[in-house]
Design a binder for this molecule. Structure first.
Ligand code: HEM
Length: 350
């Protein structure tokens, strides 16, 4: 990345224009079983060639819209990658996260981990409109999210993967499950392992997929507790490296400033690389959920962090395995669900 774009991103640090005033705490999520068992592994209905005859240009269309969107705002790549996570962890990768509020639908967009936080919906709309024009009623919104996530990763300098396609779209949203299944940033390592385990994802998946935080931004409200009240004792998180603490405190004051933003990876904010892990080893992970991968006293997890910090190819290799696995979570197949025309609403409102 050029130094000018670094400076430009630095300028974004204290910007609060992405978010309006917001809440300051993350209540404990209730843990328990998800509504349906999670399944992974190769799915008979999913294939990288799913649209070979019906929409061979699908990926090209996605990438061309992405290129324009990322040129306009580099951060949007991160926002789109995050959408896949927030879709797949809530009743599977079925585009339920894209549904707006309606008479019949309580939108997941209003769940605590999503509200005033997830973004990128306008770009998804643009991609979907282009896909509908080229191949009407063919490419699902769930696959649109998955293609946008892969394209965003690649365009940010990350790895490419053969993406299984053929997911169909849900006819409803799962707001309560979004509150239950999406991990909060102040989660302990033990809880993070549980959240991922509930999705059929293991410790390697947790560490590799957390590496998505090599791009993108977080709001002050997402890391404030670490700076001022880590253990509800009015003290900072002692695992924060000192200079990093002061830098963060200047962005995120004790009171107010909740929507000020900071890069998740200070070393190279828009570049998908392994610097996220290098920072964690130095005590400069932004979220509690990032730092505990190193300080949480799990030797297997700490070893993975160190290995990825030392070996970017290993990180990319594991990342590809894990994101394919996450993307295979409970897809709707065959005649289940539908292919939504507009990702924000179901086709026929009953
Ligand atoms: C391990 C558990 C995780 C936790 C607790 C977590 C939490 C968060 C939080 C709190 C933010 C900032 C949101 C805000 O302040 O508005 C964030 C941003 C982000 N997360 Fe995660 N996340 C986790 C895992 C993941 C995974 C698995 C992915 C992708 C596969 C991901 C991708 C992202 C990206 C790319 C951003 C930046 C988004 C942007 O700039 O718009 N995260 N995450």
């Amino acid at each position: 990345m050029g130094s000018s774009s670094k400076r430009c991103l630095g300028a974004i640090l204290v910007a609060s224009f992405y978010f309006s005033t917001s809440l300051a705490f993350f209540p404990a999520h209730h843990e328990g079983e998800s509504a349906h068992p999670v399944e992974h592994g190769p799915k008979p209905g999913l294939s990288p060639h799913f649209y070979r005859s019906t929409c061979p240009q699908a990926d090209e269309i996605v990438v061309s819209v992405l290129k324009k969107a990322i040129a306009k705002e580099p951060r949007i790549a991160a926002s789109l990658l995050r959408l896949l996570f927030h879709d797949c962890f809530v009743q599977g990768c079925d585009a339920s996260v894209l549904l707006d509020d309606s008479k019949a639908v309580a939108s997941e967009k209003n769940a605590l981990p999503n509200k005033k936080s997830i973004r990128g919906f306008e770009v998804i709309d643009e991609i979907k409109a282009a896909l509908e024009e080229a191949c009407p009623h063919t490419v699902s919104c769930a696959d649109t999210i998955a293609l946008a996530a892969r394209g965003s990763t690649v365009l940010s300098g990350g790895p490419y993967w053969e993406l299984p396609l053929g997911r169909r779209d849900s006819k409803t949203a799962y707001m309560k499950l979004a509150n239950k299944n999406l991990p909060p940033p102040n989660a302990t390592l033990h809880r993070l392992v549980k959240f991922f385990g509930r999705q059929g994802l293991d410790k390697t998946d947790l560490v590799a997929l957390s590496g998505s935080h090599t791009i993108g931004m977080a709001r002050c409200v997402s890391f404030k507790q670490r700076l001022y009240n880590q253990h509800r004792d009015n003290k900072p998180d002692m695992t924060l490296e000192k200079r990093f603490y002061h830098k963060l405190a200047s962005i995120c004051p004790r009171t107010g400033g909740d929507n000020n933003i900071s890069p998740l990876d200070f070393a190279s904010p828009p570049k998908f690389d392994n610097s996220y892990y290098k920072l964690i080893v130095e005590g400069r992970g932004l979220l509690n959920s990032d730092q505990v991968l190193w300080t949480g006293k799990d030797p297997e997890i700490a070893h993975l962090v160190k290995s990825y910090a030392e070996n970017e190819s290993l990180f990319f290799e594991h990342y590809v395995n894990s994101i394919i696995k996450m993307g295979n979570t409970n897809p709707l197949l065959g005649s289940d669900g539908e292919i939504r025309m507009n990702c924000r609403r179901v086709n026929h409102v009953r």
